[in-house]
Design a protein around this ligand. Structure first.
Ligand code: 26W
Length: 822
């Protein structure tokens, strides 16, 4: 047993102060007189990290000794957000640490704000992975998160002249105090080449992959703490490095530049996150990334099995591997290769293990986002995997043929290979066939999956399908980001809600308590003031906290319909222009979100928000009653300031398009009301909150389908609706673009000619609903009651509930308590 001095891990205020100063001196190498803000941040981070280590080591020892069944969450993205505050919350040290730092005369909140974030994800899918790691640790489930350590994460967004500009995200520039490299567990990843068959010593034919090149995968580990438990799990991210032998070989033959080039090519694999969360691009580098991290992770699991002397036949008993969308779906073929070619298991046994190990979560219905790889590209990179996929497919097609006799069309649709034109490997089909469980991420989405993109697979194996409605962690998105509300709630109902969010229902008893309602309201106002101050500082725009804070923050997408929001804003503006003395409920419209760099329409939508804001914010007729601001570089860190400040949450995607949404949940649990369509998890949010506490508008998914089948004509809506006409004509006339009629023409033309996301069909319903919002806000007492009821009824959207369902229904895994030493 190692004894560690109080200075290293003690938690009294004096221990913390001394530890902080020591870390400043010995880790940063600075006396206070020379320390920068970043030095202070780093010293604080190390002080926190020292207090994590014992939990991390004890967890590792416990899991090893008990050979614990372990969840492996495979995800190409983990959008973790800043670690410092979250770790302090989970350690239960936030308040003491704040006191210690403040007593040293250093502003603690400034140090929290100093931390950047590892932007290793695009949006919903990556953030969900991070929430799930938090809940897995809170529930004491042995877990490994496996992913990619991108050198550059999602780009930093600047806005210049109203346009998005992308800046490289050098998140590792100042060092990363939260990770430890583990070079001793480096693995080797083969690529390219060809396959051969050979006879083993018993004379049995086996396949062998003779790769053309290889790269090294080096693991970097970050601890993920559970809330006030001793569990510290691991997020293991892989960095690609050139194998040294490569350099030496080439160097010895005199090809120095060839050697350097090989190094560059290898290390490129984990250079940058693909910033798309919509369309697939079919780039070989992305397939390299996917195979790289999947192979690293599966080889790591095999190493762990061997270390614990567990026979390979029991792989599925040791590990439950979740595929976060199809990005890691190559795991189906790679696990087969490792078990058959490397561990010499028979095909049938390996296949049973593979299916029992893997499970697949689908996150999107958009057909353009379904991953597929050109056969030639796939074969060049992964020749052995293509053979394995053909073998899986042949057996699978035989099974389908038996179950659905004489149905060639079905066979063609279900085949792992798309042969309708140019040939492709279909990753969703591969994931379905290789998994024992398949799930969608909200009730509606899971139903639509069964009726549309995965229909054939549902009919073939209905028992594999289930729904797991998404959730978010209340530790980061309430306790950390909204301390004032947390305090108020805890004062009334105790702190049990933090790990059992259903307990928020106890707040319902206070909706008629005027003191409580007053406190609830003044907290919201105070938070709005903080955001208003930062908007004034960063954008020079004055916003009133008595206006409705009406917020839409999420990736910019046509299906998410930020431009429908704009149509409403312009409608209000037109009303003011027609009648400057009109009585209007003041509103502050806030937008935030990144557009994929190659997504022209999304970038033009950002420009339109900026253009509209410029006109409206300075038109004297408006008299400040409506304001529009595009908040640049929306990320997790900024999100934490945004959700608590919202009055109204915009969740206005075309019904049937948003798989779930998770921002919708973060808003509602912080007391925002939602204006939304019956899409994704909005359906369940409304069910929970009660229809009377939710602003519903728009066509249902079913109606959208019918409308399109019947032949949708946006012009008919335009011709029939003078207000809509006025809005569209304003944009088309160049009113928002200094007279330039061409600038926004692509948006206008798109809406007038096809309107694929049915903005025009939903316009009237949306505007009328917004009028109800404006009316409701005038009755502040009523609004506050609705706000409290929303928060009180969001218990089911804790990621603890989601994870419990995954544990029970898919992973079959139980908590393992980690004991405290000393
Ligand atoms: C290959 C390009 C690509 C990249 C990422 C295609 C698709 C994706 C993701 C699946 C997109 C994504 O983040 N989906 C979101 O997942 C969230 C978590 O389940 C849901 O809440 C969102 O509704 C869904 O859009």
């Amino acid at each position: 047993l190692v004894r560690v001095e109080a200075d290293r891990t003690g938690t009294t205020i004096d221990n913390l102060k001394r530890a902080f100063l020591e870390n400043l001196y010995y880790v940063q190498g600075k006396p206070p007189a020379l320390a920068t803000l970043n030095d202070y941040y780093m010293a604080l981070a190390h002080t926190v990290r020292d207090r994590i280590m014992q939990r991390w080591n004890n967890s590792a020892i416990t899991y090893t000794e008990n050979q614990s069944r372990t969840v492996c969450y495979l995800s190409a993205e983990f959008l973790m957000g800043p670690h410092l505050g979250n770790n302090l919350i989970n350690l239960g040290l936030y308040e003491p640490m704040k006191q210690a730092i403040d007593e040293l005369g250093i502003n603690f909140d400034e140090l929290i704000e100093e931390e950047g974030e590892p932007g290793l994800g695009n949006g919903g899918l990556g953030r969900l992975a991070a929430c799930y790691l938090d809940s897995l640790a809170a529930l004491e489930i042995p877990t490994m998160g496996y992913g990619i350590r991108y050198e550059f994460g999602i780009f930093k967004q600047d806005i210049r002249d109203g346009w998005q500009v992308e800046i490289t995200d050098k998140w590792l520039r100042n060092g990363n105090p939260w990770e430890l490299a583990r070079p001793e567990w480096t693995v080797s990843i083969p690529f390219g080449g060809h396959t051969e068959s050979y006879r083993n010593s018993q004379g049995v034919y086996r396949a062998r992959w003779v790769p053309a090149w290889e790269v090294k995968g080096v693991p970097y580990d970050t601890p993920t703490l559970g809330y006030k438990v001793n569990t510290a799990n691991t997020l293991r991210l892989w960095k690609a490095e050139a194998p040294e032998s490569f350099d030496f070989q080439a160097f010895n033959t005199g090809d120095y530049y060839g050697a350097v080039n090989a190094k560059v090519v290898s290390e490129n694999i984990t250079k940058v996150l693909y910033p798309n969360d919509d369309e697939i691009q079919g780039k070989v580098l992305r397939l390299q990334q996917q195979f790289f991290f999947v192979s690293c992770s599966l080889q790591d699991m095999i190493r762990i099995m061997k270390g614990q002397k567990i026979p390979m036949e029991r792989f599925h008993e040791k590990f439950a591997v979740q595929l976060n969308d199809t990005h890691p779906a190559i795991a189906v073929a790679e696990l087969m290769r490792l078990l058959v070619d490397q561990e010499f298991l028979g095909w049938d046994e390996a296949w049973a293990i593979t299916q029992n190990t893997l499970a697949y979560t689908n996150h999107t219905l958009l057909p353009e986002a379904l991953e597929r790889w050109q056969i030639d590209l796939f074969r060049d990179l992964l020749p052995r995997h293509l053979e394995i996929i053909y073998e899986i497919n042949q057996r699978f097609m035989d099974d389908v043929r038996v179950k659905f006799i004489d149905d060639d069309a079905r066979l063609a649709r279900m085949s792992l290979i798309d042969e309708s034109g140019e040939r492709y490997v279909r990753m969703a089909n591969l994931a379905c066939v290789g998994s024992h469980a398949i799930n969608g991420v909200a009730a509606l989405h899971s139903e639509l999956l069964k009726q549309t993109v995965l229909k054939d697979f549902y009919e073939y194996s209905p028992e594999k399908f289930s729904n797991k409605t998404n959730g978010v962690t209340p530790r980061r998105f309430m306790v950390l980001s909204n301390p004032r509300l947390t305090q108020l709630i805890t004062d009334r109902i105790g702190s049990g809600w933090i790990t059992d969010l259903e307990q928020l229902r106890q707040l319902e008893q206070f909706i008629d308590d005027p003191a409580f309602c007053q406190q609830w309201r003044s907290i919201k106002q105070a938070i709005k003031q903080d955001l208003a101050d930062s908007i004034q500082k960063d954008y020079g725009v004055d916003v009133s906290i008595d206006s409705i804070f009406d917020i839409q923050v999420k990736r910019i997408h046509e299906y998410k319909r930020q431009h429908l929001n704009l149509l409403h804003i312009i409608t209000l503006y037109n009303r003011i222009k027609a009648n400057p003395n009109i009585d209007i409920t003041p509103r502050t419209f806030l937008f935030g979100g990144k557009a994929a760099p190659g997504y022209f329409m999304a970038k033009l939508m950002i420009k339109l928000v900026s253009a509209v804001s410029e006109v409206i914010n300075r038109d004297p007729d408006v008299r400040g009653r409506i304001k529009v601001v595009f908040l640049k570089n929306y990320n997790v860190k900024f999100a934490q300031h945004v959700y608590p400040a919202a009055d109204l949450s915009e969740q206005i995607s075309t019904a049937g398009k948003e798989a779930s949404g998770t921002g919708n949940m973060k808003f509602a649990m912080n007391g925002a009301l939602t204006i939304g369509t019956l899409d994704g998890a909005n359906v369940e949010i409304m069910e929970q909150a009660g229809e009377e506490n939710f602003f519903l508008f728009g066509l249902t998914a079913e109606e959208v389908r019918e409308r399109k089948a019947r032949g949708y004509d946006p012009k008919a809506y335009y011709n029939a609706n003078p207000n809509l006409q006025l809005v569209i004509d304003r944009i088309a006339s160049g009113f928002f673009s200094h007279g330039d009629k061409t600038l926004f023409q692509p948006i206008v033309d798109n809406l007038m000619q096809s309107d694929p996301y049915l903005l025009f069909a939903d316009y009237q319903s949306y505007v009328e609903c917004q009028d109800r919002v404006a009316e409701a806000y005038r009755d502040q007492d009523k609004w506050t009651r609705m706000s409290i009821l929303n928060a009180a009824r969001m218990g089911m959207f804790s990621s603890d509930r989601s994870i419990q369902e995954y544990c029970d229904d898919i992973w079959n895994v139980k908590p393992v308590t980690v004991k405290e030493t000393e």
